[in-house]
Design a protein around this ligand. Structure first.
Ligand SMILES: [Fe+2]
Length: 375
């Protein structure tokens, strides 16, 4: 019944203001650490509160990410700083970009080759530096996975690196951290979390174990996302924990062609990953329908809506629009090859050929996003 290997984070704390215990919890790994964070943590005052709450004998150096999805150059820079600081642990408090950046830099700290070489496929040696993660958005589920998605510094190419030793040793899910998120970020990240739960549910590698996780995540995210977007923070724990559970599911079941498309397109258009996923979702769902009819019927029962209708309604409600509709594709053949090479694409429930990717791109770039199914 259980996946083998079963990959779970070391320890997870889920409570309001749990982030203030970071220094105390991290002390288990050593008395000097590096905290990687985004701008909002400093602006909100939460960074100062976390540092003030740390035990007197714990030293925490800080590294603020410049923003944007992490490049191999960002990871090289942070990796050099980690090496120079001789820290005993690395923590990330941030969205998917911050977590992936810190996870990759900590994971490759002792590795001899360049980050680009590992991104290109060189085998990664086991990491020794403990990595701790606390998400400030409910989206990627990076806090649960062995994966870091990196963009090539020299060209628009996204490729993940992964190693079982990258798994966070401690995760803190503090819903208070979500309050610094603007509504547009709640929306885009939430779309990613929902689509990850959906694609892991329908993946050809899904099992009874992962489907139970995916289903739980779909239910929680469906209930919480519109409410949190509208400012009802009482459901923030459901959204954050739904995103976490979706991450556990995709770690073991993988995803589908939406993510296969979203990485090469997102790398070229520089749009939020969740928005790229949301923009690719309707075309991919319509194309997958014949292969997942039973799954869709089941989800309609437990969610109360057809998934395509639900997503279309959310796009309108949360004021999201496709960045691809009407845009011009300049390197279509390269994109098609990248989609076909993606591990997410190989997990799609319906086998994907080059002609299928061309058809999907035609629809994504030529059609109006979010025409509801309304069966
Ligand atoms: Fe994603």
């Amino acid at each position: 019944m259980l996946p083998s290997p079963l990959l779970l984070p070391g320890r997870t704390l889920a409570a309001e203001h749990a982030i203030r215990t970071l220094g105390r919890e991290a002390r288990l790994f050593g008395t000097r650490g590096l905290l990687v964070h985004g701008r909002s943590l400093a602006v909100s005052g939460e960074l100062a509160a976390i540092l003030a709450a740390a035990p007197a004998d714990v030293t925490i150096d800080c590294w603020e990410h410049r923003g944007g999805e992490p490049t191999t150059a960002d990871v090289e820079q942070l990796r050099a700083a980690i090496r120079a600081a001789h820290v005993a642990w690395v923590a990330a408090i941030g969205g998917g970009s911050v977590m992936d950046l810190a996870k990759a830099a900590a994971g490759l700290c002792d590795a001899p080759a360049t980050v680009a070489a590992y991104q290109a496929g060189l085998p990664i040696p086991p990491a020794t530096l403990p990595f701790l993660a606390a998400p400030t958005t409910a989206g990627t589920g990076s806090e649960t996975t062995i994966v870091a998605v990196l963009t090539d510094a020299a060209r628009p190419w996204k490729q993940s690196i992964r190693h079982p030793s990258f798994l966070p040793r401690l995760v803190i899910l503090d819903p208070v951290l979500l309050r610094a998120c603007p509504p547009a970020t709640i929306a885009a990240a939430g779309m990613d979390a929902f689509i990850q739960a959906f694609e892991s549910f329908t993946s050809r590698y899904a099992t009874a174990f992962t489907r139970a996780l995916s289903e739980l995540a779909l239910q929680r995210i469906t209930r919480a996302l519109p409410a949190v977007y509208a400012g009802d923070w009482s459901l923030a724990p459901d959204l954050l924990q739904g995103s976490y559970v979706a991450g556990l599911a995709l770690s073991h079941a993988r995803l589908g062609v939406v993510h296969g498309l979203a990485h090469p397109l997102g790398a070229r258009w520089h749009v939020a990953h969740g928005l790229a996923c949301a923009a690719c979702f309707p075309a991919a769902l319509r194309w997958n329908r014949p292969a997942i009819a039973n799954d869709l019927a089941h989800l309609r029962t437990i969610l109360g809506h057809d998934v395509e209708d639900l997503m279309a309604d959310w796009m309108t409600q949360m004021q999201l629009a496709s960045p691809f509709t009407g845009a011009t594709l300049t390197d279509r053949e390269t994109i098609v090859q990248e989609v076909l090479a993606s591990g997410s694409t190989t997990a799609n429930p319906r086998p994907v050929a080059a002609a299928d990717v061309h058809s999907l791109l035609d629809e994504i770039f030529g059609s109006t996003l979010g025409q509801p199914h309304r069966s």
